[in-house]
Write a protein of this length. Structure first.
Length: 135
């Protein structure tokens, strides 16, 4: 894999800009990933249509995640508990913690995600394909 050394350059993206990944009723927009951050972290937005599920319960063995609710109320699973998180809520989910998120409201919702260290974006083409195959 070839990496451009873009991590030393300023990055400014307008709203909606980034690498777009459609995942069924969920859309990911990657703002910065390993190419821009020297593999230290990746930053993405995750937008969910009204009354829709997220990625499904999962964990990351070696990565912490930070979520910040940008819009609406997102329901998060952390461990074995579901909790509603309204706009402005901050969550840090340590490695090896089962988590998920979904939109149980009638409005579009969104979260900002920091994946530490970076590299999650390598999975996105396969994730997009999974959602296409499993509509």
């Amino acid at each position: 894999m070839t990496h451009q050394n873009n991590h030393t350059h300023t990055l400014i993206l307008a709203p909606g800009e980034g690498r777009l990944y459609p995942c069924g009723t969920m859309t990911a927009v990657f703002k910065a990933d390993e190419n821009e951050t020297d593999e230290k972290y990746s930053v993405s937005e995750w937008w969910l249509a009204p009354n829709s599920d997220g990625p499904g319960a999962h964990l990351h063995e070696a990565n912490d995640e930070v979520f910040y609710v940008l819009e609406g109320t997102v329901t998060f699973l952390v461990g074995e508990k579901w909790a509603d998180a309204e706009k402005g809520t901050f969550l840090r989910i340590p490695a090896n913690t089962v988590h998920d998120f979904k939109n149980r409201t009638g409005q579009k919702t969104g979260v900002l995600n920091f994946f530490i260290p970076g590299g999650f974006e390598r999975n996105m083409p396969a994730i997009v394909q999974w959602f296409k195959d499993n509509r």
